[in-house]
Design a protein around this ligand. Structure first.
Ligand code: KIV
Ligand code: ZN
Length: 399
């Protein structure tokens, strides 16, 4: 298959990575973190070199206020954001915590704009929502020029109203406008068209960065985020391990590695230090106690593990046969050839050699038969099992 043309430097756009593990991620059941844990994780996000860390929701609790304040005081490099509803009390409280980040502090304020949310949740008319949004952004802009506004449930919002709100909040001082798929409802081509619609219909859109924030209810959060940057979005909101409300948010590690792996057709880069992805994933698991599924892309335990004989043979010949990115690029030291019932003689022989067992052909054949019999009984055959097989074989040969 012919490869698409490599994108040139000039066509390449840098996408800002806004990490919300400490806010949206934390909102998922079982993921809440205390102040010390948030600070520990924020330090890892600093190593990852994310552009923005959303550290929490300052008005939500005293602890969250202190956590945002601590992160704002301690972390150098990334911008620090705090979430607040579109009311003056929330915004004032958020800035109390964020002011310690100085010009790196970002106020992130939001209000829902879809008919469903306005009617059932807010019980407000569209004109009132528009007024609140503008008032909130003006209040935030009085504290800092770094103001993000989110139209909650943007994907289910009537497009002319969405455009009206976006235009008004940019005029009021928003420098980033977020268009969230709050309920994980959209599909890539639809989301592409929504972002494109805003680019084509909001006259002052170029004054702000368009951000996207996708939930994963239908498993499309990463694909939707990719579609959005193709339509012109400049910031992607995501979380480590994809944690977040309900089915989670766009997974940072997946989004970033897609851009890195498919530079041939996706002319975008991020500033992420990708070798810090696995340490970030593991630290999060360590803090929350919530394990990542083994088959999770990029950071799952099996993401660079190979058991099938045909695959192992390919890997021993050339790793590019079955790996599209290197384990080193995401912070692992090596891929794993796991020995199990699907494994072949090549991988078996190689592992024995690594363990210091140099068997002649006849002995290798017998040991391999024993290995297969054992593998039928166990999920995985470990190094100690191999040592035992070789010891048994040697004993029998001596008798
Ligand atoms: O999902 C969502 O809409 C949010 C906003 C507050 C950005 O989390
Ligand atoms: Zn969200």
């Amino acid at each position: 298959m012919a490869k698409a043309k490599q994108s040139t430097k000039d066509e390449t756009r840098t996408i800002k990575i806004f990490d919300t593990t400490l806010r949206d991620g934390e909102q998922a059941p079982g993921n809440s973190m205390n102040i010390e844990e948030k600070l520990r994780f924020a330090k890892q996000l600093q190593k990852l070199n994310v552009d923005v860390i959303e550290a929490g929701f300052p008005i939500a609790s005293e602890g969250d206020f202190e956590a945002v304040k601590k992160v704002a005081q301690s972390i150098k490099g990334p911008e620090i954001a705090g979430l607040c509803r579109s009311n003056l009390k929330d915004i004032d409280r958020a800035w109390e915590a964020l002011k310690y980040a100085g010009e790196k502090g970002r106020i992130h304020t939001f209000i829902a704009t879809s008919d469903i949310h306005m009617k059932y949740k807010l019980q407000m008319e569209p004109a009132q929502v528009l007024e609140s949004a503008v008032k909130a952004v003006k209040r935030a802009a009085g504290y800092t020029p770094n103001v993000e506004f989110s139209c909650e449930d943007a994907v289910r919002t009537q497009l002319p109203f969405l455009a009206q709100v976006v235009e008004a909040v940019i005029a009021a001082g928003a420098t980033t406008v977020n268009i969230p798929d709050t309920v994980g409802y959209t599909v890539p081509f639809e989301y592409f068209n929504i972002i494109k619609y805003l680019k084509d219909n909001v006259p002052n859109i170029e004054k702000a960065v368009i951000s996207v924030h996708c939930h994963n209810d239908l498993g499309l959060s990463v694909a939707n985020s990719i579609a959005a940057i193709q339509a012109g979005a400049g910031q992607v909101e995501c979380t480590i391990n994809g944690i977040g409300e309900r089915a989670g948010n766009c997974s940072l590690e997946e989004f970033v590695m897609i851009l890195r792996t498919r530079r041939d057709i996706l002319p975008f880069v991020t500033g992420i230090a990708t070798e810090q992805l696995t340490p970030a994933s593991r630290l999060l698991t360590n803090i929350t106690g919530i394990a990542v599924q083994p088959n999770k892309s990029v950071v799952g335990a099996n993401a660079f593990a190979h058991e099938a004989g045909i695959h192992q043979h390919g890997m021993l010949m050339d790793k590019s046969t079955y790996e599209i990115m290197t384990p080193e690029s995401v912070g692992l030291t090596a891929s794993a050839l796991v020995l199990g019932k699907h494994s072949g003689r090549h991988a078996f022989k190689k592992r024995l050699e690594e363990l210091g067992h140099d068997l002649d052909d006849e002995m290798l054949n017998r040991a391999f038969e024993r290995f297969k019999a054992l593998a039928d009984l166990k999920k995985e055959v470990f190094d100690e099992d191999l040592d035992a097989i070789v010891t048994d074989e040697s004993r029998e040969e001596d008798q």
